[in-house]
Design a protein around this ligand. Sequence first.
Ligand code: RB5
Length: 150
Amino acid sequence: MKVAIGNDHAGVALKEEIAAFLRQEGYEVINCGTDTFDSVDYPDIAEKVAEEVLKQNIPGIIICGTGIGISIAANKIPGIRAALCNDLFTARMTRKHNNANILALGARVIGAGLAVEIVREFLNTDFEGGRHQARVEKISAIEKKYREKV
Ligand code: RB5
């Protein structure tokens, strides 16, 4: 199983911790950068990870200082459902109910120990489907409606 991961300069250290955990668990890590502390713009990273997620139909992880900017950017891309999770409950529920395909994390908000557990929860929880399927389809319909307007 592959996982795409990307971060801005605020998320380098957390990305390294998460990537090490993922490799140890047997995942292939697609690293979309950045790997230095030189300042980069989080929308560029969001786009790179989102492209891998859509192209390869794999989960993604995006990290910036708060997790907010990078998740807003990722959610502009049709087909992406990025969820910012700072706890295990929301990580589990966004998979079960929203079929989120990208997990966003705030490197300046939570520690590496919790972040790794959130990643584990996100990757090990399946979408429930059922009544939630129709709701996720409504999200896609909104994307389609507004794409046609611009
Ligand atoms: C970078 O300083 C910071 O703005 C970014 O990592 C993120 O927190 C934006 O939402």
